[in-house]
Ligand binder design. Sequence first.
Ligand SMILES: [Zn+2]
Length: 321
Amino acid sequence: MTYYTIGVDLGGTTITAGLVNEESHIVYKKTCDTNLPRPAQEVEQAIADLCRQVVEEAGVSWEAIRWVGIGTPGSVNAESGIVEFNANFGYNNWALRANIQALLGCDVYIENDANAAAYGEYIAGAAKGAKYAVVITLGTGIGGGIIIDGKIFSGFNYAGAELGHTVIQMDGRPCMCGRKGCWEKYASARALTEDTRIAMQSNPQNMMWTLVDGDINKVNAKTAFDGMRAGDPLATQVVKDFVKYVACGLTNIINIFQPEIICIGGGVSKEGETLLAPVRALVDLEEYARNGERRVTIKAAELRNDAGVVGAASLGNQNRK
Ligand SMILES: [Zn+2]
């Protein structure tokens, strides 16, 4: 019999469930809207329905499903199966694992979504096989996942690996976490977008305006990179600052963990070497072990949007419950 697992990527906007084979490949996947705000019970039902649909439509029987893994935002106690705090959804102490287990009648594992995505990159992506790896996702915020000895590390209370909320600028930009100067206020895709807007607004004649048809709302994390490619000095400066911020946070992480691999995901990582080469050059100037023989590899994440599903589908390997 061929066995499968199901990985669920539960997000604030969409829910994706993927049927994953023993080689960690997604053989079939399906997405539905999360439709927030709504009660936890309805979200649980939607997850269970989606899992059943995926299995049915792929022509597989339930007996072939070893377990269901779920990556969800929030502070996730993987041991008790409780999502202790989840700001996006507004649920506290959500017994997600027990409730999905009751609905589907199979083993269920849950994990924080950034940790699940990091685990996916470790299982089948850019960090495959690395004993020590850190996965960073540059998005609305900065998601972080730390793999130590092949296991997700999230601290004694499962609230660790919040790498985006480490300060790179004392008394800097205020962050929703309550601190000032957090890395994600400077080096996330959203921060890059905001910095691009600010630069454009103080330069009404700048060429980047033509890239967005004069509409500030069309500015995104690609705008400054496109401006730089077109040779614009202001855009080049915005990218240069962004690279400096990314490299600063990465160097902090490297100095703490010295992982074998750091991989960078999120939409802005599609810039590839345009982003990574100058980031590496700065890290090379500052990293503590820069003269060492064995150095961390900084590369782009490979699984992109599938990392969360693949990682969640592999959670049963972790034995965390
Ligand atoms: Zn913060």
